[in-house]
Design a protein around this ligand. Sequence first.
Ligand SMILES: [Zn+2]
Length: 241
Amino acid sequence: MLSTPSKKIIIFSGAGISAESGIKTFRDSDGLWENYKIDDICNQYTWEQNYDIVHEFYNQRRLQLAEVKPNYAHEVVANIKEKYQDNCIIITQNVDDMFERLGCKDVIHVHGELTKMECMGCGNIYSIGYKEFKNTDSCPKCYHTKIKPFIVFFGGSAPYYADMYKAFQHLQNEDSIAVIIGTLGNVIQINANLELVECHKILNNLEASPYIDESQFDKVYYEKATSAIKKIESDISEFWI
Ligand SMILES: [Zn+2]
């Protein structure tokens, strides 16, 4: 018989947690974002043809990221991580660095990170911070000149999904706690991932999502993440035995 995975707190977040910091996504705007078409700047098959516009777009996102700040929901999540250490795993669909700015380490960014670049020559992933990428820039390791924003594009591989599914295995322990914050659950199918496990489950979204069956959750908060997060923090300490 397989042994039960150890209990963990898995905090899974999406755009909803960063919205209050002023970070927008394509989903806010019908697939158009400041006049960029999602297909031009987020497509694995065409990004090289659109090299200049792709970098222009992500350069702007990076500059905007430098101007926003983590909000209260990020702060409380960071406190929870600090308190429970390795017993808490933060997974996010967001490409911002709000958790890192609060000192969180080992955050699983399933869709990549805006502050990093990926070399198409040697696979090196390196930090660019909030700086603009120039089309003449090359890989600091191998000097290759084809560099991609470290973002999971449509049609591209998402290597960190493996880490996410490994983390989700801990939810098979009924003493584990799954916390879902700010995601419709349609890109990564939260509902399917949770419905077969018996752990404690907490949901926080602005409103009900057609992709998430709220009846499987012990606690449901339909409100802003910043107003739900203190309640979530105390639910966690109540559930964590
Ligand atoms: Zn390289």
